[in-house]
Design a protein around this ligand. Structure first.
Ligand SMILES: [Cu+2]
Ligand SMILES: [Zn+2]
Length: 185
């Protein structure tokens, strides 16, 4: 067991093995370890640089869909919003992704509010190295490839500021600084 943990730590320390590390971490944290992520998204800066910001994974767990992964190259210490937006396009500096994914026509809210947008997610805070860890179970979405609550071919958006979980229609989180379309893993 000690040896196994050491191997995990080494994997997590290697940039090349980052994807494997994230998968291992996700499996350790919640759900059935045999379930592989069904969907993934590679997020890139919307400033025209095409700079990769990180990868997020989605997989079904008992009570919803686990969203997990790491975002990098963020402003150290910054707290910013992350949402799932309704349209799978990152064009026009992320504006083409449209509004928050909202299949039940609810108001914007705290992500844990079952009567809020399905696409609402908790704010992220970057550490001193500019890395933000994402690990959240969203109970209002599906990782299936079709259906009313499916997030397949929708888009993650990272904003320049934090979501206040109150302002309509999108939490007053500011510009869209990174975007990634949700694809099959
Ligand atoms: Cu957003
Ligand atoms: Zn919202």
């Amino acid at each position: 067991m000690k040896k196994l943990m050491l191997t995990s730590a080494l994997l997590c320390g290697s940039a090349l093995a980052l994807t494997a590390c994230q998968t291992v971490e996700g499996q350790m944290q919640t759900g059935n370890p045999l379930d592989q992520p069904a969907l993934k998204s590679t997020l890139k800066a919307t400033d025209g640089s095409d700079r990769e910001v990180g990868q997020l994974f989605l997989r079904p767990v008992d009570d919803g869909v686990q969203v997990y992964g790491k975002l990098m190259n963020m402003t150290p210490g910054a707290t910013v919003a992350l949402h799932i937006h309704e349209t799978g396009s990152c064009a026009n500096m992320g504006k083409a992704a449209g509004g928050h994914f909202n299949p039940d026509n609810n108001p914007h809210s705290n992500p844990d509010d079952m009567d809020g947008h399905a696409g609402d997610l908790p704010n992220l805070t970057a550490d001193e190295d500019g890395i933000a860890t994402v690990n959240y179970v969203n109970k209002k979405i599906s990782a299936a490839e079709a259906g009313k609550y499916s997030v397949y071919r929708r888009a993650f958006i990272v904003h320049a500021g934090a979501d206040d979980y109150t302002s309509q229609p999108a939490g007053a989180a500011g510009d869209r600084i990174a975007c990634g379309i949700i694809e099959k893993n």
